[in-house]
Design a binder for this molecule. Sequence first.
Ligand code: AMP
Length: 623
Amino acid sequence: MAQFSQLATLAEELAGTASRLKKRAAISAALAQVQQQGTGEAGLFAQYLAGLPFAEADSRKLNAGGAMLSGLVKEVSGATDAELSAAYRRHGDLGAAAAELLQGTGNNRAQGSAGIGLREVEEAFAASATAKSTAARRQVLRDLLRKAAPLEAKYLLKLMLGDMRIGVKQALVEEAIAEAAGAAVPAVRNAVMLEADLAGAVARAFAGTLHEARMRLFHPLGFMLASPVESPEEAVERFASTKEAAEAADVALEEKEPKREADPSAALRDDNQKDESVPPELLHIEALVEDKYDGMRAQVHCGVEGRVAIYSRNREEITESYPELVEAFDNVPEPLILDGEILGWDLAAQRALPFAVLGTRIGRKKVTDVMRAQVPVVFMAFDLMFAAGELKLDLPLRSRRNQLEAVAERISGITRSPIEKSAGSLFAGEDPPVERLILSPSFVVESADDIDRVYREARERGNEGVMLKAMDSTYQPGRRGLLWMKLKRELATLDVVVTGCEFGHGKRAGLLSDYTFAVRGPGGELLNVGKAYSGLTDVEIGELTQWMKDHTLEDFGHFRTVEPLTVFEVAFNNIMRSERHASGFALRFPRIVRIRTDKPVEEIDTLERVEAIYQSQPDKAGA
Ligand code: AMP
């Protein structure tokens, strides 16, 4: 029988080991040893070491929080409140404090206890989860702690609190399992993801049946996350840093500028050069853009015997807070996992309510009819994780999206529920039931201009910005990569005057669409600070082209200086020091917010303000 003391001793050793490799080797050796004992406890050993009282797929809870556990520590150790708080302050951790308080108290081992078996811990946890009263639960856990030596108590408490604090993440335990069983790490990880049962994966790894793991619903999968970008151009450049896009840029450059000897793939490797050599407007991307909704990210599991579970981004079950979604999704006849956002919904305007309104419902356990009526909620679905008996994560977004649309078509109409619960029975027919599943509108974009347009429209719909998702990307649970990007509100803007312009590329080849602009220096002189080509409509560019031609001061062919009379408001990501412009500064990823016909040139921003914004940046570039 494996003993909890084995685990506690290993945990203590791991807490004092910095090297990941050494940690992995130690865990792997311990697992192999427990496995050899032939009692089938290696799984439990791994699970407890990872700080999980129950498998993730297991919905049981210990129901023993910090308050109850510190009460038990006092009882078992005989410490006073003051002694416990002093010990807690010294260690910052209840388990370590308990170990100190139990030293020399004669708890357990001194009284000839045989130590605690892993199965005994398992039984106590099961009893705690199903205890009918708090008193009964306290009894079970008190008995367990009474038998524990100080080191065992330390790690029992950490385990019960769900945080071992030994610098061992579950990923490392998975690697150690693979090592101990001679299995492949991805196979172990995959089984854990599908079945959400680390102990089960250990059993499978040793039995050689990892490939037989099958997806189980009703445990949360990791959510895919997005990285922030500040402008459509930045998004395009980042997407383009993939190999395929580099090739696309290559073709685009050859087509547009056949004589130029450019090597765009080399330029793409170098961030700075890239800005110079491959204007974002020439980069071709293929991405889906959706509004970025300001609600609550959620995963809906449904379609198995009327069961519905909703999980939040931190993997907590939040089903109870949204009974109207449960009523809607419990009719779904096929097993599904959908990824999306719970939104407070303005039924009349068919748009999202501000987050603050939904906020009043977050965390509620009891939802009254008044709340349901005041803040109706919908589930805005944007991804399909499981359907037709298969996990869809490895499919490219384009296929997942197609399948999501097909699913939505099949089940919309089914996924309805009344505004108020009583309306379903007493006042049936007064208000029609609300469709709770909405498919997020999505648009295919190929350029920074496209993104810019959808972004403005999203803002007009009252949403925070847009999410950009590479069309070929697989769903990567728990990852914040560059395959999804979020583009939100702008930072500071500057009012500047246009001092020069040049002809654009591609469909803007005949148009003076790239503008150099300036701020005012201390002596009233104009000092160039940047150049922007995005943000204006085609009509605006057409009109400006004519205006620039009429107001040209010097014509250098491709570039011309113009009378400084046009004021732009420009946005940007940050300001760098740079020799490129006379102001000594350059704007990174500038874009034109609007033409300010309302602002006289005398009132444009000054070099002083540029300097102030530059100084206010926490991470000044080019300083
Ligand atoms: P952030 O919280 O700033 O990291 O942004 C990521 C969050 O945006 C996600 O967790 C979602 O809650 C939210 N979000 C809103 N709309 C979408 C969408 N269309 N696609 C993906 N995530 C979205």
